[in-house]
Design a protein. Sequence first.
Length: 263
Amino acid sequence: MNPVQVSASGVSKLYAGPRGVQALQSVDAEIGAGQFVSILGPSGCGKSTFLRCLAGLESISGGRLQIAGQDVQGPPDGIGIVFQQHALLEWRSIRDNILLPLEFAGKPVAEHAAKVDHLLAMTGLKNFAHSYPRELSGGMKQRAAICRALVDDPALLLMDEPFGALDALTRDQMNAELQRIWLATGNTVIFVTHGIAEAVFLGDEVLVFSPRPGRVAHRLRIDLPRPRPLAVRETPEFGRYVGEIRELFGTMGLLDEKGAITS
């Protein structure tokens, strides 16, 4: 069994104010090093809040949250973050965008030239190193954002609906690409999504969050062999996992007439 990389015990998050929004309540989870874990749930259930707490961008209100055995108190070392929007700087080349985390950390960028070259080659961006974000497609921009998150070799990669703004075909391509990158790097990945099929395709495990206040309502182990081709989504085994999650959301009253997760 892999050592525990992320541990949440009774984690809660209350946003103070006149109405006092309870975003998270009694979140319990353990995630092993090197795992790919999908977090799935309806809008407003606290998925992104939990990710932001892990990143040290939000403080928890109660419980205990640890990464590699250390309490999260501010942004921890050794993490990378990819958001839904690529957040690339338009006036910097793709290569210079990827180097940003090293510059912020005060590390000599010249010593990481080979690492950047490797990431660019691995993600099919080798010929676009000196291009600018406006010259790239949406999927290519997200690949550059993933490179930026990986350039400092983070042990933990946090991804908050990184493909939510992409069209269906590009999203499928990025799912396959992300799996390939993860298999090559061995990082621990926590991936927030609204898509049931996406969560199952990518995850070793799927954590299903309840409606707000968010908690882990169900934890599902995905025993499908790696690497997974996109065609695995047409198999009965894949369909059973998707069906189990849909049934769970159905009991929560969270599926519309088309079977999509509602708010």
